[in-house]
Design a binder for this molecule. Structure first.
Ligand code: GAP
Length: 514
């Protein structure tokens, strides 16, 4: 674990050193859980968004996009339940004065038991070698059986307390399990209380009577309140979807792990409107399709898993998370929810407007059911960064830090370098840049030794380096160096476009999904 912490720290400082992510307001000592994206970060982020947007809107002819405002009528948040129920259960330690999410403390306790079970299994596997029967061991080893029972009982008690919104019981679990504050080491806990996560501000001058408005905590409600506008003006027929990318804001109390949990972040959400009764079929469809979108990036299938929810929100009839293995464990990157007709019914009730859909095939009006796919851009960014980072030992004792970014997401696709700064090589290199730059993000670099220049591009994940040397002037060939294998091949300048395009185009990624 300590080793993983070290790796994570290195990734965070690499992100800063190479212009991916900066602490917001850094020269004023920063603003907690708010981050800025630098020159390479914004390109990577835009490429992630483009991959999602095009996968949704180009590959599905029944999905269109919108861009709704961040400010919305405050009654929307009353209708959606966010004013009354978008809360975190918080608990304070009286000695350290630190505040924690009670549910997170208990989840960490559950993870500790799971860790112990996995350690027992790993130890036995090592001891018994090839003859090890893992299933039998898990079913019969007394210590493992006992721990599984302990975990299941705790889990059941926790899920019930969360479902019943029973804050006293959450506190009691913390007391019974003897959970201590990681800072003070004591069990001197306050009561658990609810804390609303929405940021508020005021619209209009106070003299006129200002209206309290909220910074949206999710983009989804902007889709719900526009669904009939889009359906009618776009002549959409059920089933159809509406996609949106935009900022969301949450006053997170426990802001940790870099850009994993932020107060200002970005979401990519799609609401898919279906006939009542068909929602679970579509839920399965989107669950499978979204995982396929992730896996197509080639970051390793074993890094993903589903986590089906035990605690369903009162409006949902199915929900799962797609989790990714970060250096600090498997964590939620995306949620897929079957939200029934809750949101649309609530908006119908609170607005007093009829927003039912007329189904021409059934010749009837109804409130559609909704499947939602909701992914955080920043978490996706973090998963890409973490899985790409490698400190590689090279032959001869040298090392390099390389980002094995999926090539279509890389901020820079190729760098063109004259071997020396004379003899007409810079002019030739510039001519190549001027040709490639219309299709690929291309950099020109002539500073330092060629080795150093390669390392700089490796560190930001540039898939290709093109070196122009004296031979180029004679036969119009260059060296094309591939980032991951570091293999160098001699190719004709006229072939560069095709060779690079094959690897870096978003198109090739999208085709894997079709
Ligand atoms: N409309 C549904 C919704 O907002 P959610 O599970 O609360 O569901 C969806 O959020 C996704 O948004 C999460 O899977 C995560 O990727 C991202 N997300 C949520 N809170 C976040 C935060 N504080 N910082 C960064 N990303 C966040």
């Amino acid at each position: 674990m300590a080793q993983q912490d070290d790796v994570f720290k290195k990734i965070v400082s690499h992100a800063k050193e190479y212009g991916f992510v900066f602490q917001s307001s850094e020269i004023y000592d920063g603003l907690a859980a708010v981050y800025d994206y630098g020159q390479n970060g914004v390109e990577l982020k835009n490429n992630i968004k483009r991959y999602w947007w095009e996968a949704m809107t180009l590959l599905h002819e029944n999905i269109v996009g919108i861009d709704s405002a961040i400010f919305m009528h405050p009654t929307i948040w009353k209708a959606s339940g966010h004013v009354d129920a978008f809360n975190d259960p918080l608990i304070d330690n009286r000695d350290s004065k630190k505040r924690y999410r009670a549910d997170v403390l208990i989840e960490e306790e559950l993870a500790k038991i799971d860790d112990k079970i996995e350690k027992d299994v790993a130890k036995a596997a090592k001891r018994f070698g090839d003859s090890f029967d893992e299933t039998l061991f898990r079913q019969t080893n007394p210590r493992v059986v006992e721990r599984v029972k302990e975990r299941d009982e705790l889990h059941e008690r926790f899920a019930k307390a969360m479902n019943d919104n029973n804050l006293d019981e959450l506190r009691q679990i913390i007391i019974d399990r003897e959970i201590v504050c990681p800072v003070s080491g004591t069990k001197n806990w306050t009561e658990v209380r609810q804390f609303n996560l929405m940021f508020r501000t005021e619209m209009g001058s106070t003299a006129d009577g200002a209206m309290t408005v909220y910074l949206r905590p999710e983009t989804a409600q902007g889709i719900f309140v526009n669904y009939l506008n889009v359906q009618k003006t776009g002549r959409m027929r059920i089933p159809f979807g509406i996609a949106q990318i935009g900022k969301a804001f949450r006053n997170e109390i426990i802001a940790r792990q870099f850009i994993f949990r932020m107060r200002e972040f970005e979401q990519m959400e799609m609401q898919f409107f279906v006939r009542p009764g068909e929602e679970l079929k579509w839920f399965e469809y989107w669950k499978e399709w979204r995982l396929r979108w992730h896996k197509a990036l080639g970051m390793g299938d074993r890094k993903y898993r589903y986590h089906d929810h035990d605690k369903l929100a009162h409006y949902a009839n199915a929900a799962t998370d797609i989790e990714f293995e970060m250096p600090f464990g498997f964590k939620e990157v995306e949620g897929i929810h079957s939200r029934t007709n809750f949101d649309l019914s609530q908006h119908e009730k609170f607005s007093g407007k009829n927003i039912k859909y007329f189904d021409p095939e059934l010749n009837e009006n109804y409130t559609p059911y909704v499947i939602e796919t909701s992914i955080g851009v920043d978490r996706m960014f973090l998963s890409v960064l973490c899985s790409s980072y490698e400190e590689q030992k090279l032959e001869g004792g040298d090392t390099r830090v390389v980002l094995h970014l999926p090539a279509p997401l890389a901020p820079v696709k190729c760098a063109v370098m004259p071997l020396v700064k004379k003899d007409g090589l810079p002019e030739k290199a510039r001519a190549i840049v001027d040709d490639l730059k219309f299709d690929f993000s291309t950099r020109y670099d002539e500073k330092d030794s060629i080795g150093k220049r390669y390392r700089r591009q490796d560190a930001i994940g540039t898939p290709f380096c093109i070196t122009v040397d004296h031979q180029t002037l004679e036969d119009n060939t260059v060296t094309l160096r591939e980032r991951d294998s570091m293999e160098q091949t001699r190719v004709n300048v006229d072939d560069l476009h095709r060779l690079i395009h094959d690897r870096v185009s978003l198109n090739s990624l999208l085709r894997k999904l079709a």
